[in-house]
Design a protein around this ligand. Structure first.
Ligand code: FAD
Ligand code: NA7
Length: 541
């Protein structure tokens, strides 16, 4: 098949998660474009294809972790609990792919290694690890922002005789019962994994670098009546989600912490603690937990008091108490701290006593402390947001690579585009919204599909953001971030989890409602922040 512009295809799509698949539906089925898509995995699912570790669970409530446009899917939707497990989400995405015949556009088991904009031809040239080269007018990347795995290169790792797994690339059919297992990492993933493994394995050693604030998730059963309520209120629910701040399906609090009495403050924390949900605890309690130091400290102290109460051994409890701000991605889980009361769980603080090396038999800390292990699990997270982009040979005009362009940290316009990279749209690219992600993905895919439609109708060859507009967006993201406490905590949200990665703003923290308004105003202004048909052939003289 040929693309209209003389290229092999109108559009090339990379990635088969929520983002890539929705793009296929929009461009292929709604706009009638010819689309070729590539996915490194053997099937659709993205995050939910790869992250099959025990305990993997979404922390967005079930009704809001799906495509809002897929009303058909909702009709028959069933789920057991307030949150979806990995098999349920993977199943939903597989079912979605089948119902919309998405797979026929994909070549699976194929990694895109290079994407280069050919200025003379005005086309993208895309290369795969199978040695294919194809061209297209548009390049859309849904590479995932939490998908390029981070594996710290510990000394001696090759000597270790046991098995090593990363949670983001979990193999099928692993039995860890009766094994001595070590887990490195206590982020969202580590916490889920630790809870799931503790009752199963012979012994669990948790190697914790930074203690985290973990509130209850409240994963109670949801019966049919409750699910039917969501179905009845469907449109209303999504309207609220898409105009809220964090898009998690609840109203964020407008009550400042200091506006109520100390007794009420504690009562509000207690109520949300009992209700469960990480984003709820940060955003439904008070309006200023993420911006006001006193409010933030109060939330942190409340959680620390809970830790002290739950964990029986005071030494262990102390290790579990974070000493930084409550300003990372808020975590929640089922009875996390109770795990440390188990006879077969040991907690090691590898901040005060760092991992020195792997040996044949396990992990040795700098003090000489040795953990003998059969298996080590890396729950060490991801080279988040720009990781997949800087790992790829991706070049725009004049052969400028994204790696060079982002050498001081990722930039980009509206979380989707970059100056000098025409007809290129990233799903969940840098400086996009920090929210529940499916509605953010839908917002972006719908926006650039409309832009592509407009380009096709008006016969535009290229569209790209003006550098000044991109700079301004990056500044806006920086300004908003600086109004919050988030930059003061070290986490992947600012690239602090990868050694050598420059600390940079990577999200628009202004909320999904404001983000959607910003996108709409670009359209209303006649795309005045964009350049069209900037000549592809260099005009000498
Ligand atoms: P992904 O689902 O990450 O898909 C990207 C795909 O691109 C992958 O399949 C990858 O193989 C492919 N790919 C990348 N590079 C290439 C290449 N060069 N060539 C070919 N293919 C390539 N978000 C929430 O909102 N709520 C949650 O509760 C939540 N829980 C999460 C739990 C875990 C354990 C993880 C890891 C993430 C979670 N997320 C959550 C974030 C989640 O990633 C997003 O919600 C969403 O799934 C992202 O979809 P996506 O399509 O953008 O990317
Ligand atoms: P995170 O949140 O980045 O957590 C990674 C964890 O691994 C965290 O506890 C890190 O400690 C730890 N880590 C990373 N490198 C090391 C080294 N070298 N030594 C010891 N410990 C290390 O990733 P997750 O997968 O849990 O979650 C990412 C997102 O995916 C999450 O928010 C959900 O949206 C899904 P640190 O805190 O850096 O000290």
């Amino acid at each position: 098949r040929m693309g209209k512009s003389g290229a092999d295809f109108d559009a090339i799509v990379v990635g088969a998660g929520f983002g890539g698949m929705y793009t296929i539906y929009k461009l292929r089925d709604e706009l009638g474009l010819s689309v070729q898509a590539y996915e490194n995995a053997s099937d659709v699912g993205g995050t939910w294809f790869w992250n099959r570790y025990p305990g993997a669970l979404s922390d967005t409530e079930s009704f809001a972790y799906r495509y809002s446009f897929d009303k058909e899917g909702l009709k028959n939707a069933k789920w057991k609990t307030r949150y979806l497990t990995q098999p349920e989400i993977f199943g939903y995405l597989q079912d979605f792919a089948t119902r919309y015949d998405i797979r026929r556009s994909y070549q699976f088991n194929t990694k895109v290694t290079a994407a280069n904009f050919d200025e003379a031809a005005g086309l993208w040239r895309v290369t795969t690890d199978r040695g294919q080269q194809v061209t297209a007018k548009y390049l859309i990347t849904g590479l995932g922002l939490l998908s390029a795995t981070n594996t710290p290169p510990f000394k001696g790792i090759d000597k270790f005789k046991g098995d090593i797994f990363h949670t983001g690339n979990w193999p099928e059919g692993i039995d860890l019962s009766n094994k001595r297992v070590g887990v490195i990492g206590t982020g969202s993933t580590g916490v889920q994994l630790i809870i799931a493994l503790a009752p199963v394995v012979k012994h669990l050693t948790v190697l914790q670098r930074s203690a985290q604030y973990v509130v209850p998730i409240g994963n109670w059963p949801e019966d049919e009546a409750r699910i039917n309520e969501y179905k009845v209120r469907y449109d209303e629910i999504w309207e609220q989600v898409k105009n809220s701040v964090v898009a998690f399906g609840f109203e964020e609090s407008t009550v400042p912490f200091h506006s109520v009495s100390p007794a009420e403050q504690q009562q509000i924390f207690e109520n949300i603690w009992n209700k469960g949900g990480g984003f709820r605890f940060m955003f439904e309690t008070f309006s200023d937990i993420a911006t006001d130091r006193d409010a933030n400290n109060a939330a942190a102290d409340f959680i620390k008091r809970k830790i002290a109460k739950i964990v029986k051994d005071p030494e262990t409890a102390k290790k579990l108490m974070p000493n930084d701000l409550y300003a990372k991605r808020p975590l929640c889980a089922v009875n996390y701290y109770d795990v440390y009361n188990r006879y077969n769980v040991t907690l090691k603080d590898v901040k005060s006593d760092p991992i020195a090396e792997f040996t044949e038999r396990g992990v040795r800390l700098e003090s000489g402390d040795m953990s003998e292990l059969d298996v080590v699990v890396f729950a060490t997270g991801f080279d988040a947001v720009d990781g997949h982009y800087t790992r790829m040979n991706l070049t725009g005009r004049e052969g400028v690579s994204i790696k060079e362009k982002w050498s001081d940290g990722p930039l980009g316009y509206l979380g989707m585009m970059e100056a000098g990279f025409p007809n290129f749209f990233m799903i969940l690219g840098p400086n996009g919204p920090f929210t529940n992600l499916p509605p953010a993905i839908e917002t972006q895919v719908e926006w650039f599909s409309d832009a592509i439609k407009m380009m096709e109708e008006n016969g535009h060859a290229t569209m790209e953001p003006k550098q000044a507009a991109a700079n301004e967006w990056v500044e806006t993201c920086r300004d908003i971030a600086d109004m919050t406490l988030f930059p003061q905590a070290e986490s992947w949200i600012f690239g602090a989890n990868i050694p050598g990665k420059k600390n940079a703003v990577m999200f628009y923290l202004g909320g999904i409602g404001n983000y959607r308004t910003a996108l709409q105003s670009v359209v209303n202004d006649g795309y005045s922040t964009m350049m069209f048909d900037r000549f592809n052939v260099r005009q000498d003289g």
